[in-house]
Design a protein around this ligand. Structure first.
Ligand SMILES: Nc1nc2c(ncn2[C@@H]2O[C@H](COP(=O)(O)OP(=O)(O)OP(=O)(O)O)[C@@H](O)[C@H]2O)c(=O)[nH]1
Length: 369
């Protein structure tokens, strides 16, 4: 029973949608359930009281509430939720207009229209809600104040009608203010969480991904490889004798060099490749769907490009080189193993005299000699 209710309420929600949209979809579903139940029970009561018109209206509303619930799943979440919310609001407003025109039980029908502002605002948002409520208020005014009560099937005092209209406008205004500030707060919260997420993944100095961002990229690439079974490669790069740049020209010049090296590295990459700052003067490259030999070739071009062009900082040219360790990752390998192999290859490149590229296979061959 509980799982059936949960299924009904969750219909149309999806983890890929925003929390706000999923929440709206759930509320639309709950509202459909309440609308269906209430109109169905009232429809039965009207049937036994032999009020044919009211019975038809209420049962039609039950059907519309049920349709609005199904629409979300049929049309696809975002558009479906918009259409089903529109059907719900249209259904609610039509019921309210009938209550206003007929007076409902002992002329208390118009009191129900106060449910409209909050529901409309919540389901349709500030702008559309404001337009829908303005239209609804205009129709109510026309129904109430058409000369000789021509559009009313009952009679209300002038005082009652004006009070209802004033109060409705006030409640609508308050609901609009509430929805507006709710939307603003939600947008601010989303903006801040995106900023925090960005700060947590990017390196402020070089503006490329930091280690955390690189690690996430690696995990994404690993799961992609597990799906398509195509190996990919990584390369660890470490700037050669970077300490001497800091010691000779100062830490600020060192920072500038790091920024420029990151930009030289990025400029040689394909759109699908990844680059992150893995540590102080260490960088990680990810080459999707690339075997070790091809990754070696690309890395060799990057190495050549860096060493061939001096980096200008504070009117001085710095010849900067880097060593690289390349490793191909196969489906049977863990990331830790691959990073260790790339690290060992990198230190082999350092031992071989720096400004070199060494692959994990080459390192293995050399160390087994
Ligand atoms: N300016 C600057 N320096 C950094 C940063 N992060 C790490 N470093 C420096 O990078 C230097 C790395 O030096 P080492 O690990 O000794 O290696 P190296 O001098 O590059 O020599 P090899 O790696 O052996 O070629 C250290 O002096 C760190 O202080 C940074 O963000 N900015």
């Amino acid at each position: 029973m509980i799982s059936a209710i949960k299924k009904f309420v969750d219909l149309g929600t999806d983890a890929s949608l925003s929390d706000d949209l999923n929440r709206r979809i759930r509320v639309v579903n709950m509202f459909s359930a309440v609308g269906m139940t209430v109109t169905f029970l009232l429809g039965f009561r009207a049937l036994f009281a032999q009020e044919t018109f009211l019975t038809c209206v209420l049962f039609s509303a039950t059907i519309l509430f049920a349709i609005s619930h199904k629409l979300q799943a049929m049309i696809g979440a975002k558009r479906g939720s918009f259409i089903s919310a529109t059907v719900l609001i249209a259904c609610l407003m039509s019921l309210m207009l009938i209550l206003v025109v007929t007076g409902g039980s002992e002329n208390t029908g118009p009191l129900w229209i106060f449910t409209v502002p909050s529901v409309t605002m919540f389901f349709t948002g500030f702008r559309r809600g404001l337009m829908a409520l303005t239209g609804f208020a205009a129709v109510i005014i026309v129904i109430f104040f058409t000369p000789d009560n021509a559009l009313l099937a009952t009679e209300y005092s002038f005082e009652f009608k004006t009070r209802i209209v004033y109060t409705f406008i006030t409640v609508s205004f308050l609901s609009a203010v509430y929805e507006y500030s709710r939307q603003r707060s939600y947008n601010t919260a989303v903006y801040l969480s995106e900023q925090f997420e960005r700060q947590a993944r990017y390196d402020p100095l070089t503006t490329i991904l930091n280690r955390r961002g690189g690690q996430q990229q690696l995990e994404q690439e690993l799961s992609r490889m597990q799906r398509n079974k195509k190996p990919f490669s990584i390369a660890l790069a470490d700037i050669d004798r970077f300490k001497s740049i800091n010691d000779t020209f100062g830490h600020d010049a060192g920072d500038e060099v790091l920024k420029k090296v990151a930009s030289v590295f990025s400029s040689r990459l394909r759109a699908q490749d990844g680059l992150s700052r893995w540590g102080g003067e260490e960088f990680l490259f990810i080459f999707p769907e690339t075997n070790e030999q091809d990754a070696r070739m690309v890395t060799e071009q990057i190495r050549e490009n860096l060493s061939a062009n001096a980096i200008p900082v504070d009117n001085k040219s710095h010849r900067v080189t880097s060593s690289f360790g390349v490793c191909e990752i196969t489906p049977s390998m863990t990331l830790t193993t691959a990073l260790n192999l790339a690290d060992q290859a990198l230190y082999q490149a350092k031992n071989d005299g720096r400004n070199k590229v060494c692959t994990a296979t080459e390192h293995k061959r050399k160390s087994s000699r």
